[in-house]
Design a protein around this ligand. Structure first.
Ligand code: HEM
Length: 275
C-alpha cells in the first residue's frame, strides 16, 4: 500500500514540474503525509508551501478607483482604505471605519491628504500631497507605517501613485525623492541631537526661564552633562538650548553656531534667563 502511495506521490511530483495545477491533487493526498520520509516533507515545502506563498503574493492586486469604491462597507463587510496608493484591508477596524463611524470617510478611496489636514469634506478627501511640508509628509509616512504594521496590505491603487502596470508614476517618484530627503534630514537631526542634546527647560513667573543640563537631558543618556548654549542652525535666526560637551567647545567650526547665554556663567551647567 505504502509503496503504491509513494509511486503516486512521485508521479504527481514529476508532473507538477510541468503543471502547477497538480497542487490540488497533491493536497488531496496529503493525508498520507505521515507515511512519507524527510524528502517528502522537503518536497511538500517546495511544491505546496512556496507556491502558496507565491499565490498569496499575487493576491496583492492592482485596484482601479471604481473597484476600490466597492470596499466602503456598503456592499459587504469589507472595508479597504488607500494611503499614498497602497491599499489596506481595515475591516478589523470596523469601530473606526464602519458606516457612520468617525473615520468612515477614508474607506473605498485614497484620501491621503486628509490624514494631515483632518478635512473630511469632499474637497478635503484628496490624494494630492506633494505640496505638504516635510514635517507633514513625515507625519503621513508614519500613518503609512501604522497601516503596514496593523492591517493587511492588499495591493496598489491605479491613479496618482501607480500606473496600470504597477509601476510608480512620476508624481510618486517625486514623492519618494522627498521621502528620501526627509529620511536624510531625520538622520542629521538625530546626529545633531546626540552631539548637542536639548537642555531641560522650565519657566516660572518670578524667575523667568531656567535651562540646565544633566546626563539625561533631552532624553539622551550620556556620561557628560554639558553646559547650556544657544544653538543656531545654519541659515536660521531661531535657536534652541543645547547642552555642549566642554571638550568639544574648542572646535571653532561648531562654536560659531553656539552662543553663550548673556546672563550665564560659561562653565555653569544651569542658567536663569530673564525674558
Ligand atoms: C488630522 C486629524 C485626525 C486624523 C486624520 C485621525 C485619524 C485617525 C484614524 C485613521 C484612526 C484609526 C487608526 C487605526 O486604524 O488604528 C484614529 C483613531 C483615533 N483617533 Fe484620530 N484622527 C485625527 C484626530 C484626532 C483627534 C483630534 C482626536 C482626539 C481628540 C483623535 C482621537 C482618536 C482616538 C481616541 C482614536 C482611537 C485610538 C485607539 O484606540 O487606538 N483623533 N484617528
Amino acid at each position: 500500500m505504502i509503496t503504491k502511495l509513494l509511486s503516486i506521490f512521485t508521479i504527481l511530483s514529476i508532473v507538477y514540474f510541468f503543471d502547477d495545477s497538480i497542487i490540488d491533487i497533491y493536497e488531496h493526498f496529503s493525508i498520507y503525509i505521515p507515511f512519507f520520509n524527510i524528502t517528502t516533507y522537503l518536497d511538500l515545502i517546495k511544491y505546496v508551501v512556496i507556491p502558496r506563498i507565491k499565490s498569496n503574493e499575487s493576491a496583492q492586486k492592482l485596484f482601479t478607483v471604481e473597484e476600490l469604491k466597492l470596499y466602503n462597507g456598503e456592499n459587504n463587510n469589507q472595508l479597504y482604505i488607500s494611503i499614498l496608493g497602497n491599499v489596506f484591508d481595515v475591516s478589523d477596524g470596523v469601530s473606526y471605519y464602519g458606516i457612520g463611524k468617525t473615520y468612515h470617510h477614508f474607506t473605498g478611496r485614497d484620501a491621503s491628504r486628509a490624514f494631515i489636514s483632518g478635512d473630511f469634506s469632499e474637497e478635503g478627501l484628496s490624494d494630492d500631497v506633494l505640496d505638504l511640508s516635510f514635517q507633514e509628509l513625515n507625519h503621513l509616512k508614519q500613518w503609512l507605517k501604522m497601516y503596514e504594521t496593523k492591517y493587511k496590505y492588499k495591493g496598489k491603487l491605479i491613479g496618482r501613485y501607480y500606473r496600470h502596470n504597477g509601476d510608480l508614476t512620476d508624481y510618486n517618484k517625486e514623492l519618494q525623492i522627498k521621502f528620501l530627503k526627509i529620511e536624510e534630514d531625520n538622520r542629521m537631526q538625530e546626529i545633531e541631537k546626540q552631539k548637542f542634546p536639548p537642555c531641560n527647560v522650565e519657566w516660572t513667573a518670578n524667575k523667568g526661564s531656567h535651562v540646565w543640563c544633566t546626563t539625561q537631558s533631552g532624553g539622551i543618556e550620556r556620561n557628560w552633562s554639558g553646559v547650556p548654549r544657544k544653538l543656531f542652525l545654519p541659515g536660521s535666526k531661531s535657536y534652541r538650548c543645547a547642552c555642549v560637551n566642554k571638550n568639544d567647545f574648542q572646535d571653532l567650526s561648531i562654536s560659531k553656531f553656539l552662543i553663550q547665554y548673556d546672563e550665564c556663567d560659561p562653565n555653569s551647567y544651569s542658567c536663569y534667563i530673564k525674558t
